[in-house]
Design a protein around this ligand. Structure first.
Ligand code: BGC
Length: 839
């Protein structure tokens, strides 16, 4: 409650300040040369190297300071450590806007402490495609939940003094071909599903908007007058500025259509047909265009004004402020709280969880992420954590000295160096032929130049030869590197890359901290592969990357079929001998690439099956960022979804497993039973045909689809169990202004304190004016109750939630008539029902 009061005060202060001092912006504009104005409309390289993602130099002679722009959205991403928060999808699972406020506040304080002014967060793209690589980085498939979370997070960020940038505007819902795809989406769907999160962020007064890479109904999002001017400015009254996503500027005329700033604002010699990094246009070409009269200077002024107004609002024109201190402990506590609040207990047969004292006396923990935590997803949201503790270590500490906890990996992530016996140089000697940039050659028995055998900084080498499979089966070949850019080619084709921003390396490094990329191949006994490994310690000539200064390390490792089987067998044996087993499974979501499948890696499914067959008290802990198939779901006793739980995830996971925390996360996305059940299972819808993705499932995204199609999901939207039980009673609904007020009582009917998230859903009238969802979320509340305690919950449904977007009227219109209203523990567990009369 306290922060809400402060938000109000802050809001007032901001309005007054903006009005009182807009004359300052006018005089600055009048004093700026055209070149100075344009220097604010595109980024540049930060001379200090401190900028996490972008830098705008400012105009020193007029007291306009430089601005640093930093990712977001799971913590501050710079080269310095920061609090690595749980993935935004974990935050969304809390269904707790107050927590979203504090999550944002942590980032705002840490950004300001590092002297960064603009946060490139939150991301509020709807989860439409279950495979999409960035699903972990956003909130939900539901627009109302997304809107409530994003608004609170924006307030948290900005009240800490940092500017929030809501991204990526709009319909940037998958990664493959994100820079080229044209999204074809109808007006009603855009309004009802994809825009509300952005609108909520604007209403919460976000300083900036980042337009998306993709096209929307033709033009690029960053070049769309409909999106950037008609909707954003004219309808929503947005007064901040719009920046491009990185390298998403396309034309000078975008300035006229409503784009204000191009990022990162410089051209890099690194473009390819599938990743067209557009050259910067808002710099020299813009200057020339204004001078020649092609672009009216008034548009430059408009954009500069929008930026300066926000700089003034956040005090940046008042001289350098003292940066806040980071309270590392307090921020870690928020990270842990979010991880616990977002923990979703998907299944818990016979109260398998929390672990009993007996379990702890003979427990086996299995799976790599138990000891090597996967704290976040990949891409621009990756944060260098202040610290991190594995769940195994946390469990051992919290369970006390009586506990007997054994760990077995179950999967071999690192493998072993490929032995000499399997390698031959091109002229048949044991080992591989090494060749340097100067042509010098030598034979190496194995390819393992790591640790003390590391190569000098800047080294460039190529190894060639053949690898012969001793037995038949699936082999994993692993390229493991540090300090350079690595490539593994098979039969002349590059199959693995390491050492680059978007590489094939796993988010989990090797035990000796190397990047680790894996290529799987099925081989016959005696089958040969011709291979080449290249390593270059010289970085590509990217302006923001330092030249290689570290020793170059490289290793070619493998996991043979026998070794994989042995790891699996060891895990099953250990599970058989234990009283209870916990298996950790994971999936790596990342920016830049969608997942190839919704299934876990087959070795992980096999591991879960083997452990579950060996031990009847098997719990699966999932470190995934998005819907995942679980063919074994009914054969395990408990499933705990921890998402990517941030730097405190180990402690949070241990707290939940031990019952020190009572899980109360609810699914913000549907988990389907089969990939083909998803609304986007046809290629026209995803990934699109001929670079066109048709969103013709319309508003039937997420649970709206499964409900309309009567498809039983594996776990529905809103689902999540607790260690206690709750009952709902006494539902009453009254008209209230343009909407309704819903009241009901929630009672904790179990024996533990816990939180619950009752959800209010609304159905359509009998003859709906347009196709409508069987039910849609119109409100929710997170409540915490002691055993036996009851509380009356009030949820307000506003007029918008009762409305659909009318394409004829270009306006929200209420869907009138008698409509069913439900209170549920999930979208498929509806406990109370009534009818409201919408007029
Ligand atoms: C991402 C943005 C990010 C930007 C700067 C882009 O690749 O799409 O979300 O803010 O990079 O790092």
């Amino acid at each position: 409650m306290k922060h809400l009061v402060t938000i109000l005060l802050f809001g007032l202060a901001v309005t007054v300040a903006a009005q009182a001092q807009s004359s300052r912006v006018d005089s600055l504009l009048a004093a700026m040369t055209l070149a100075e104005k344009i220097s604010l409309l595109h980024g540049a390289i930060d001379p200090t190297g401190e900028a996490g993602a972008g830098y705008v130099p400012g105009v020193a002679r007029l007291g306009i300071p430089a601005m640093r722009l930093t990712d977001g959205p799971a913590g501050i991403r710079t080269r310095h450590p920061a609090t690595a928060l749980p993935a935004p999808v974990a935050l969304a699972s809390s269904f707790d806007p107050e927590l979203a406020y504090r999550y944002g506040h942590v980032m705002g304080i840490e950004g300001r402490a590092r002297r960064h002014e603009v946060l490139l967060a939150p991301m509020v793209n709807i989860v439409r495609v279950p495979e999409a690589g960035r699903n972990f980085e956003t909130f939900s498939e539901d627009p109302l939940l997304s809107a409530e979370m994003v608004a609170a997070e924006v307030q948290g960020i900005q009240e800490a003094g940092m500017m929030a940038t809501v991204k990526h505007y709009v319909v940037n819902n998958f990664e493959n071909d994100r820079m080229r795809v044209n999204v074809v989406v109808d007006e009603r769907t855009l309004r009802e599903i994809y825009l509300p999160g952005f609108e909520a962020a604007i209403r919460a007064d976000a300083a900036a908007v980042m337009c998306a890479y993709n096209r929307v109904n033709g033009p690029y999002a960053c070049d769309s007058e409909t999106l950037l001017t008609d909707i954003l400015r004219d309808e929503w009254g947005f007064e901040g500025w719009v920046m491009t996503d990185w390298f998403a500027g396309h034309s000078l005329e975008s300035l006229v259509r409503g784009l204000d700033q191009e990022m990162p604002g410089y051209t890099i010699p690194f473009s390819s047909p599938d990743m067209p990094l557009a050259p910067a246009v808002f710099a020299d070409s813009l200057l020339a265009a204004v001078e020649s009269g092609r672009i009216d200077e008034a548009y430059v002024d408009r954009a500069v004004r929008r930026i300066l107004v926000q700089m003034e609002r956040f005090g940046l024109l008042d001289g350098e402020a003292t940066p806040p201190e980071i309270d590392i402990g307090a921020h870690a506590a928020v990270a842990r709280e979010v991880a616990e609040a977002g923990a979703v207990l998907l299944r818990n047969e016979n109260q398998t969880l929390p672990l009993t004292a007996r379990d702890l006396q003979h427990l086996v923990v299995i799976g790599p992420t138990a000891t090597r935590p996967l704290i976040g997803g990949g891409g621009s949201s990756r944060v260098l954590p202040f610290r991190s503790t594995s769940t195994l270590a946390a469990l051992q500490e919290l369970a006390g000295s009586q506990a007997q906890i054994r760990y077995v990996p179950g999967l071999d992530l690192d493998g072993v160096p490929v032995p000499t016996a399997a390698l031959r140089t091109p002229d048949g000697q044991p080992g591989l032929l090494r060749q340097g940039a100067d042509g010098a050659t030598q034979v190496d028995a194995q390819l393992d130049f790591t640790g003390e055998r590391a190569l000098p900084p800047g080294s460039q080498w190529t190894w060639t030869g053949t690898l012969t499979a001793p037995t038949a089966g699936v082999y994993e070949l692993k390229l493991q590197t540090a300090g350079g850019v690595g490539t593994l080619s098979i039969d002349g084709q590059p199959v693995l890359h390491t050492g680059m921003f978007f590489s094939d390396a796993s988010l989990i490094p090797t035990a000796d901290s190397l990047e680790n990329a894996t290529y799987r191949v099925e081989l016959q006994a005696g089958q040969q592969l011709s291979l080449a490994v290249q390593i270059s310690g010289r970085m590509p000539s990217l302006p923001f990357l330092p030249a290689g200064q570290n020793p170059v390390q490289v290793r070619l490792a493998w996991v043979t079929p026998e070794r994989r089987a042995a790891f699996l067998e060891e895990a099953a044996e250990a599970a058989r001998a234990a009283h209870a087993a916990i298996v950790f499974v994971y999936e790596e979501g990342t920016e830049g690439r969608d997942r190839e499948a919704l299934a876990l890696h087959p070795d992980q499914d096999a591991l879960v099956e083997a452990v579950a067959a060996a031990n009847p008290r098997t719990t699966v802990v999932m470190n995934v960022g998005a819907p995942t198939l679980m063919p074994w779901a009914e054969r395990v006793s408990a499933i705990l979804l921890m998402w990517y739980p941030g730097q405190e995830g180990g402690w949070a996971t241990a707290d939940v497993l031990l019952g020190r925390a009572n899980p109360a996360g609810r699914l913000p996305v549907t988990f389907p039973r089969r990939a083909e059940d998803a609304p986007t299972a046809s290629p026209e819808r995803y990934p699109g045909v001929d670079l066109t993705a048709r969103y013709d499932e319309g508003i039937f995204v997420g649970y709206r689809w499964y409900d309309a199609q009567q498809i039983e999901p594996l776990f529905p939207f809103g689902h999540g169990l607790s260690y206690t039980t709750f009952a709902y009673e006494n539902l009453r609904v009254e008209p209230d202004g343009d909407g309704f007020v819903v009241r009901f009582v929630v009672r904790n009917t179990g024996e533990r304190a816990g939180s619950d998230v009752p959800q209010v859903y609304l159905g359509p009238p009998e003859n709906p004016p347009v196709p409508m969802a069987v039910r849609q979320l119109v409100g929710f509340r997170r409540v915490t109750l002691a055993p036996g305690e009851a509380q009356e919950v009030t949820v307000r449904i506003d007029g918008r939630a009762l409305s659909y977007w009318s394409v004829e009227d270009h306006a929200w219109v209420k869907a009138t008539g008698r409509r069913p209203l439900y209170v549920g523990a999930s979208s498929r567990d509806l406990r109370l029902q009534t009818e409201i009369d919408v007029r």
